[in-house]
Design a binder for this molecule. Sequence first.
Ligand SMILES: Cc1cc2nc3c(=O)[nH]c(=O)nc-3n(C[C@H](O)[C@H](O)[C@H](O)COP(=O)(O)OP(=O)(O)OC[C@H]3O[C@@H](n4cnc5c(N)ncnc54)[C@H](O)[C@@H]3O)c2cc1C
Ligand code: FES
Length: 283
Amino acid sequence: MLPENSGRQGGGVEGALSYSDFRFRPARIKKVVAESPKVKSFYLEVREGELPRPGQFYMVWLPGHEEVPMSASDAGADFIRITVSREGETTAQFHRLRRGDSLFLRGPFGNGFSLEGKSFLLVSGGYGAAPLIFAAKEISRAGGRCTYLSGAKNRSELLFLGELRRLGVEPLVATEDGSAGHRGLVTDLVDAVLPRGKYQRVLTCGPELMMYEVVKRAVGRGIKVQASLERYMKCGFGLCGSCVLDPVGLRVCCDGPVFDGELLLKTDFGKRRREASGAGVSL
Ligand SMILES: Cc1cc2nc3c(=O)[nH]c(=O)nc-3n(C[C@H](O)[C@H](O)[C@H](O)COP(=O)(O)OP(=O)(O)OC[C@H]3O[C@@H](n4cnc5c(N)ncnc54)[C@H](O)[C@@H]3O)c2cc1C
Ligand code: FES
């Protein structure tokens, strides 16, 4: 039971993994942009390997530190961009890097969003904006229309608003402290726009409980919805099982990270996840 946009991975024979998928590739940092006090984007020079699609991710490694999953937030002929929120030790190390330093990448991994259709509602929370700004660019390039809802704790944590405006997309904003836009949760904005718009697809990425609420609302209205999930990842290509969705056994790294909402509602999505040790914890 796989999602419609399920798991093409890396190069090689379609549906199979080739040796190159497991190889680290050095990626030199061309540019660093501070997006907010807590978030930086890194433009990485890529010389080989395929370019990512919106929703795909890389396993990113800095020698001496952990290897962690990061979504692509943009890509062009000779670069990919990752957008890193400083959460703990590894991401704090990433934030110390400068132009000319290198990171090491495996990937792109996972399926990515299905972007068929013409009218989209995009709902982001916090650094969940990373894959969604990339999706908004691809939708605009293909002549589609999107409404973009952006939620954060406060004004300074809202991401990519200028970039969205340059695409011709005016974002609707919610902040928990009321410092910009609607005071409250981004799901309040979903409640306001969903009944009014004619959306073919909803895409969402952000804290899991936020996505759970978005998915329930879209599924309830019969609108196709895709959510990009985070689960603890070790291998990134389907071997270790650390990222599995119970009880259906789908692996977020290779069957996702983007899943169809109706399918997610049959799993522990929005309820439980596994820690690094493999133990399940309530959300
Ligand atoms: C598919 C996917 C895409 C992601 N995309 C982005 C992105 O675009 N930008 C971004 O800032 N973050 C992204 N993340 C989250 C990012 O991987 C974690 O914030 C990062 O691993 C934290 O590491 P740390 O050592 O700094 O913090 P820690 O203190 O070790 O952990 C902070 C939080 O990150 C989680 N985490 C730590 N290691 C991992 C891991 N190996 N896999 C999954 N979660 C982990 C922990 O469970 C904890 O909740 C993504 C995660 C996944 C699964
Ligand atoms: S991270 Fe190992 S199976 Fe998904």
